[in-house]
Design a protein around this ligand. Structure first.
Ligand code: UDP
Length: 431
C-alpha cells in the first residue's frame, strides 16, 4: 500500500561506499513510509540500481573519478578518495540541487556526514540540512578524543570507553593511507556536522547510553537515534542453512572494502579448518591481495574441510544471521555488520581492520560482552570453539539475546527509536 503523502520532498545524498549506501537507502524507505517523496542524488561511481527502488527519483552527478585510477577504493585510498570527492562534487552537486529546487520546494537535504562540503552548498541555496552518520554514536566522541585530541570534553561521559581503547586499537584506527588525510576528513566532518539542523544515527539509545550525553556536548544539535534501520523491513531467514543444526555454523564475512594479505587469508583458512566446525565464508573477489578469488587457498584445505564448509562470493547477510543455524559471526565489525549481528542475537568473533571497526569491536567485547577479540590468528580454531561450544559462548549468546530484546522494545510504539523517528518527522515538517 502506498503511504499517505505529506507532499514534502526530501533529497538524500549517500556516500558511494556499500556500508554508507545501504543505510541511506534504508533511511529513504523509512521516510517514504512516513509520507515523504524521495529524490536520491548519487555519484556515477558506485551508483545504486534505480530499478530496485521504483518509488524514488534518482539523479546522478559526475564525481571527477571517471577517468581516474582512484576508482579502486580500498583501505589505503579511501580517505584520499573521499577528500577528493568532497571537492570534485561541489559544482555538479550544487547544479543538480539548484535545478531540483527550480521545479519543486524541498523540505530538507539529508546527506552523509562525510559529505562535509554539502554544508556550504545547502547554505548558499538556503536549504536546511540534516546529516546521517552511518557509524555508531560513540564513534564521534571517541574520534574527536583520539584523532583530534579533544579529550577534555569527555571527562564525565565516555571516560570509561576511552580507557578501554588499547594502543593496537588506536594503531588500527589510523591504519592505511595518510594520518593527515584521515584527520582532515574527521575534522571537517565534525565541524560541518555542528552546523547541521540535526543528525540521524543508525542506532538506538539503550545500546549507547553514555554516547548520548557526549554527543550533545560535542555537537549541540538535535540528534535522532531511530533504531537499526534494517529492522523496519524484517528479512526472512535464508533456506541455505536449513539442514544445519541450531547454533552450529560460523558465518565469516569482512564487509565490502576490507583487504587482506595472502598470509592472513591462509591463516584464516587453516583456522576455520582446524576448528572442525561448520562454516559459511564470504570471500569477496579481489579482497585477497594478489588473487582474483580462491586461487590462494592452501593445498589440502578442501580435503580437510569436505562438506563442513561453504565459500561464497556474497551472502544475503541479514537473512543468514537471522537463521537459527548460525552460532557465531566472525566479522571485521563494520557498523552495519555489528548491528545486524546484535539484532539477531548472534555472538561475534572480532577482527577489526581500520576506521571505526576497532571502536565497535571494543564495545562488543568489553562493554556489551557479546563477543571475543581475535588478535592472534594462530588462536582462530580455539577461539571459534570457545564461542560455538563453550560455556563462555553460551553466556555471550544469552547477553546477545537480551540486547536483541532491547532492540525490539526500542522499536515498539513507546520505545526510544520509535519516538525518535516521530521527533525526526516533526522536525522536518517544521522546516
Ligand atoms: N553484506 C552482505 N553480504 C555480503 C557482505 C556484506 O549483505 O556478503 C552487507 C552487510 O549485511 C552490511 C554491509 O554489506 O550491511 C557491509 O557494511 P559494514 O558496515 O558491515 O562494512 P563495510 O563494508 O562498510 O566495511
Amino acid at each position: 500500500m502506498e503511504p499517505r503523502s505529506n507532499n514534502r520532498r526530501l533529497v538524500l545524498f549517500p556516500l558511494p561506499l556499500q556500508g554508507h549506501i545501504n543505510p541511506m537507502l534504508q533511511l529513504a524507505n523509512i521516510l517514504y513510509t512516513k509520507g515523504f517523496k524521495i529524490t536520491i542524488i548519487h555519484t556515477n561511481f558506485n551508483s545504486p540500481n534505480p530499478s530496485n527502488y521504483p518509488q524514488f527519483t534518482f539523479k546522478s552527478i559526475s564525481d571527477g573519478l571517471s577517468k581516474s585510477k582512484d576508482k579502486s577504493l580500498n583501505l589505503e585510498t579511501s580517505n584520499h578518495v573521499i577528500n577528493f570527492m568532497n571537492k570534485s562534487c561541489i559544482d555538479p552537486f550544487a547544479a543538480c540541487l539548484a535545478k531540483l529546487l527550480e521545479v519543486e520546494p524541498v523540505a530538507c537535504l539529508i546527506s552523509d556526514a562525510l559529505w562535509h562540503f554539502t554544508r556550504s552548498v545547502a547554505d548558499d541555496l538556503n536549504l536546511k540540512r540534516i546529516v546521517l552518520r552511518t557509524s555508531s554514536m560513540s564513534c564521534i566522541p571517541l574520534y574527536a578524543a583520539l584523532v583530534l585530541g579533544e579529550k577534555n570534553y569527555y571527562k564525565t561521559t565516555i571516560k570509561e570507553e576511552l580507557a578501554l581503547m588499547t594502543e593496537m586499537d588506536i594503531e588500527k584506527i589510523y591504519k592505511g593511507g595518510l594520518e593527515k588525510e584521515k584527520a582532515e576528513l574527521i575534522c571537517n566532518m565534525i565541524n560541518e556536522t555542528k552546523a547541521a539542523s540535526g543528525i540521524i544515527f543508525n542506532t538506538f539509545k539503550e545500546l549507547e547510553e553514555p554516547a548520548f550525553l557526549a554527543i550533545s556536548q560535542v555537537l549541540r544539535i538535535p540528534s535522532f537515534a531511530i533504531g537499526p534501520f534494517h529492522t523496519y523491513f524484517p528479512a526472512s531467514p535464508s533456506s541455505l542453512l536449513d539442514r544445519q543444526p541450531v547454533s552450529s555454523v560460523v558465518y565469516v564475512s569482512f564487509g565490502s572494502i576490507a583487504q587482506m594479505s595472502e598470509a592472513e587469508f591462509t591463516n584464516m583458512a587453516w583456522g576455520l579448518a582446524n576448528s572442525k566446525q561448520r562454516f559459511l565464508w564470504v570471500v569477496r573477489p579481489g579482497s585477497v591481495t594478489g588473487s582474483q578469488w580462491l586461487e590462494l587457498l592452501p593445498k589440502g584445505f578442501a580435503e580437510e574441510v569436505g562438506e563442513r564448509g561453504c565459500i561464497v562470493k556474497w551472502a544475503p547477510q541479514q537473512e543468514v544471521l537471522a537463521h537459527q543455524a548460525i552460532g557465531c559471526f566472525w566479522t571485521h565489525n563494520g557498523w552495519n555488520s555489528t548491528l545486524e549481528s546484535i539484532c539477531e542475537g548472534v555472538p561475534m568473533i572480532c577482527s577489526p581492520c581500520s576506521y571505526d571497526q576497532p571502536i565497535n569491536a571494543r564495545y562488543v567485547t568489553d562493554i556489551w560482552k557479546i563477543g571475543v577479540m581475535l588478535d592472534n590468528m594462530e588462536e582462530t580454531g580455539k577461539t571459534i570453539k570457545r564461542v560455538i561450544m563453550g560455556k563462555e559462548g553460551s553466556e555471550m549468546r544469552q547477553r546477545s539475546k537480551c540486547l536483541q530484546e532491547k532492540v525490539n522494545q526500542s522499536l515498539q510504539k513507546d520505545g526510544s527509536a520509535c519516538q525518535s523517528l516521530d521527533n525526526l518527522v516533526d522536525c522536518i515538517l517544521s522546516f
